[in-house]
Design a binder for this molecule. Sequence first.
Ligand SMILES: Nc1ncnc2c1ncn2[C@@H]1O[C@H](COP(=O)(O)OP(=O)(O)OP(=O)(O)O)[C@@H](O)[C@H]1O
Length: 242
Amino acid sequence: MENCIEASDLGFAYSTQLILANVNFALKKSESLAILGQSGCGKSTLLRLIHQLLTPDDGSIHINGQSSILFQDDRLLPWKTCMDNVRLALARRSLTGSAQTEQITCLFKKLQIPEVSNQYPHTLSGGMRQRVALARALINQPDLLLLDEPFAAVDHFTRQALIVELHQLRQTNPVSMVLVTHNIDEALFLSDRILILGNTPTSVQYSVEIPGLPTDWQNFYQSKKVASIKVDILSILDTLQQ
Ligand SMILES: Nc1ncnc2c1ncn2[C@@H]1O[C@H](COP(=O)(O)OP(=O)(O)OP(=O)(O)O)[C@@H](O)[C@H]1O
């Protein structure tokens, strides 16, 4: 399979509540896809189906490779240090303790995580905890990184810094990515394509290609092209709400 994800006529219901119906899309290797849609339309459900936390009721979804997921809350274990939280993700690999420490320390540096290895999560800021959670998601070098509103719980400036850092990380390590978000700027800056989901039962209503946007945050914010695509997306979301 050439693609990283192939979803065909995907359908899913929570008991009798039909959430997804006839969802079709594919994700190419190294491509980054953002998913937008109204609250409650089924974006997180789709992400959980991709990560195989849920099983489809209809159709199929195939994943080529290993996926890793980052949620809005960091889900770090409070009784373990930051280093040991990430170490847990390496448990199935036959690495010595010192090799694990070396890999984690190297990734912490890449993600601009300062000397917090021996600290417990509650002693860190929300943004730093989320960085450690991102390290845990990336430590096994997944083929596919799934992000469920990963920066929604941090302040504006931390969010901006995390978005830029994730973008830079993808320049050196072009992992395939699916990002669920309500933030159109974040979707445009971090993805190659945006899927807009309709109301429940949800299917893909629009697929918007977004090539050629500025790749540095300052120019991105001031770009007329970005502003124009945002207006288009807002108008689509408005139409779907009616
Ligand atoms: N475990 C569950 N059991 C039953 N219903 C659920 C469950 N999880 C989600 N739902 C319902 O499924 C629908 C879709 O939820 P989902 O979280 O996928 O939407 P979403 O688009 O990600 O929402 P938001 O943007 O608000 O996070 C909602 O009506 C929600 O209440």
